[in-house]
Design a protein around this ligand. Structure first.
Ligand code: IPE
Ligand code: IPE
Ligand code: MG
Length: 215
């Protein structure tokens, strides 16, 4: 799972525009998807827009969703051919056009097996957990019942969390699912993240002894 942070700062630094950073960040997304397939990763969860990101200026929000819309229109066929299953996690409360495009893209790719991409859009972990608890009707709440009612019910908990952009925080991302993930915080801004960075992290990850509380 990746918290793709640092687009805005990258854009301001190199192009004098936060939105230019988002555009560049999308190129990184494409590279990371390709690299994930090469590395035989089966689930990639990308934090693209949080429930708190609505606090941003309208123009930036519009730019982000226009970018996503254009990306899906132009690239969904290619993603489908690569065997990618796209799943949106979060609440789909966007324009009617985008909501339908998202649903259509999920439906088209639902049987694909090569790589599942969970795109976190209007996603907040606290919101997810509240919805989860509400859906569990019985009084007896168990770990399995919670797991089976999360947006990520069909996805194993992430082995690895990566956050670019220098901040060491989760910003309301997958609080439940990250309980035992290995955390990697990089100073690099997301547009500067390279497939080689992913390879390095994987190489390190395979050496880690995971205890899950045992010894
Ligand atoms: C991208 O990074 C994350 C999104 C919300 C799209 P930011 O836009 O948060 O970039 P910084 O942190 O302001 O540099
Ligand atoms: C986290 O980045 C959300 C996404 C990457 C989509 P933010 O930039 O929104 O996080 P904060 O506000 O710095 O914690
Ligand atoms: Mg940020």
């Amino acid at each position: 799972a990746i918290i793709m942070d640092g687009n805005g700062r990258w854009g301001v630094k190199y192009k004098n525009s936060r939105n230019a950073g988002h555009r560049e960040g999308l190129n990184t997304v494409e590279k990371v998807i390709k690299s994930s397939i090469k590395q035989n990763i089966k689930y990639l969860t990308l934090y693209a827009f949080s429930t708190e990101n609505w606090k941003r200026p309208k123009k930036e929000i519009k730019y982000l969703f226009d970018l996503l819309e254009t990306f899906l229109i132009n690239k969904i066929e290619e993603l489908h051919k690569k065997g990618i299953k796209l799943k949106i996690i979060g609440t789909k409360n966007f324009s009617k056009k985008l909501n339908e495009l998202l649903k259509k893209s999920e439906k088209k790719t639902q049987k694909n097996k090569k790589l599942q991409i969970n795109l976190a859009l209007n996603y907040g972990s606290k919101n997810e957990l509240i919805n989860t608890f509400k859906r569990i009707k019985s009084k007896k709440i168990t770990e399995n019942k919670v797991k089976n009612n999360l947006y990520t019910k069909d996805t194993p908990d992430p082995d690895i969390l990566i956050r670019t952009g220098g901040k060491k925080r989760l910003s309301n991302f997958m609080l439940w699912q990250l309980a035992y993930s290995e955390l990697y915080f990089l100073d690099k801004l997301w547009p500067d993240f390279k497939p080689q960075d992913l390879r390095k992290i994987l190489k390190n990850f395979y050496k880690v002894k995971r205890n899950y509380g045992g010894i």
